[in-house]
Design a protein around this ligand. Structure first.
Ligand code: ZN
Length: 70
């Protein structure tokens, strides 16, 4: 399993582990960063590869939900 390029232009959401702020970033951003500073609590949040995989995995499933809507 890899960090799919399909999601590069998609908005991915995840939560700050410290303050639970919902963070929205493009897939390409998530792929390239390893850490960032939360704009709300100003904690440095690490984004290890496993975490990125989990985020991508979640959105892949969401995107595939159904064929009813195009
Ligand atoms: Zn935060």
């Amino acid at each position: 399993m890899t960090l799919s390029k399909d999601l590069s232009d998609k908005d991915l959401t995840f939560q700050c582990p410290s303050c639970s702020l919902t963070i929205v970033k493009k897939g390409s951003w998530v792929r390239t960063v390893s850490r960032f500073r939360c704009e709300k609590c100003l904690e440095e949040v690490r984004l290890p590869y496993g975490e990125k995989l989990a985020i991508f995995h979640r959105h892949k499933h969401l995107g595939r939900g159904g064929t009813s809507r195009r």
